[in-house]
Design a protein around this ligand. Structure first.
Ligand code: NDP
Ligand code: GUE
Length: 296
């Protein structure tokens, strides 16, 4: 079987179009422009690329983009002071602190200092708790993007066997919560999982979020399963720099029913969902009806 390719890049463009429509409406009917603040500490080249791309797309959908670049030696107190300022700035509806942070900064402390209603990454403990208990929250962008693609492809996910490989707070755990929320039977696999190939072979849906280039081979995939590849790995092959996922695309595509490519799959959806979360946060902040179909 040759798998259907789930085109995250095209899907993301439709999400951005919806977001842009809501931004226009907010401006025309309420004189409000949603604003997203992105904070980058240090000079990690990959992070700089993402932050630039986020800023560009934020402006393209008509929102205000505020970029704060701090040097790698910034103290925790200075970073917390900036977040406090952004928390109290009514033109800022969403705040994202790019991860990972330099080692001398306490990531949990920093994330939990963001006002939960402005936490468009959905990483604040309040949002994690709300998601876990099925209450309205800010939903992490990468898992939200994966869920949107799965719902679009399958309609209902109810009763499907889903295996999430990876248990990080930013991808694996919230992904599992969202799949559970859609009534999948969810297994979370990780580095201590016994017989990972057998676990993955049971899955109707495989979400790979491991950070190991092309780790999942095609013979782990059940015939017809849907494969969502979250991995973003830069490798060198044949003397060239290449971006590959956590699954071996060629062999997995032979057995899967549908698969997301890297690049052009989950990555673009992550940024589109960040913009969607910012519009949602802006509507909530102003007691306006929030857009439908842009959150979980
Ligand atoms: N497309 C996008 O928008 C985004 C992509 N990413 C990408 O997704 C990937 C995962 O990111 P993230 O969740 O932050 O990564 P982390 O490193 O935080 O987590 C990786 C997880 O994979 C597990 N793992 C590692 N090795 C194995 C193995 N051999 N077998 C089974 N499980 C294993 C780890 O298990 P254990 O807990 O036991 O150590 C851990 O739970 C990365 O490639 C990252 O670049 C991340 C965010 C956004
Ligand atoms: N607070 C925080 N929130 C994040 O959401 C966050 C973060 N920190 N730190 C880093 C990871 C990674 N991440 C990506 C976003 C988009 C692409 C993306 O658009 N990728 C393109 C390719 C881009 C390229 O060529 O490099 C694609 O897959 O097609 C990838 C990865 C968000 N992250």
């Amino acid at each position: 079987m040759a798998a259907n390719i789930i085109d995250g890049k095209a899907f993301a463009a439709t999400v951005r179009e919806k977001v842009a429509g809501h931004v226009t409406r907010l401006k025309e009917e309420h004189d409000i422009t949603p604003g997203l603040a992105v904070v980058l500490v240090g000079e990690d080249p990959a992070s700089q690329v993402y932050v630039r791309s986020k800023g560009k797309q934020t402006v393209e959908v008509g929102m205000n983009s505020f970029e704060h670049k701090l040097d790698a030696e910034t103290s925790e107190a200075d970073l917390l002071a900036l977040i406090d300022k952004l928390n109290n700035d009514p033109t800022v509806h969403g705040i994202l602190v790019q991860l990972p942070l330099p080692k001398h900064l306490d990531e949990d402390l920093v994330i939990n200092s963001i006002a939960p209603e402005k936490d468009v990454d959905g990483f604040h403990i309040s949002n994690v708790g709300l998601l876990g208990t099925g209450q309205k929250s800010m939903v992490p962008c990468t898992p939200l993007g994966c869920l949107m693609m799965l719902r679009d492809y399958h309609g209902s996910l109810s009763g499907m066997d889903a295996v999430v490989i990876g248990r990080s707070n930013i991808v694996g755990k919230p992904m599992a919560q969202l799949l559970l929320g859609d009534s999948c039977t969810v297994t979370i696999a990780h580095s201590r999982t016994k017989d990972l190939p057998e676990v993955v072979r049971r899955a109707d849906i495989v979400v790979a979020a491991v950070g190991r280039p092309e780790m999942v081979p095609g013979d782990w995939i059940k015939e017809g399963a849907t494969v969502i590849d979250v991995g973003i790995n830069r490798i060198e092959r044949d003397g060239k720099n290449k971006l590959v996922g956590d699954v071996d695309f060629a062999s997995c595509a032979e057995r899967a029913g549908a698969i997301t490519p890297v690049p052009g799959g989950v990555g673009p959806m992550t940024i589109a969902c960040l913009l969607a979360n910012t519009v949602t946060a802006c509507c909530r902040a102003n007691n306006l009806a929030e857009p439908e179909g842009l959150t979980a």
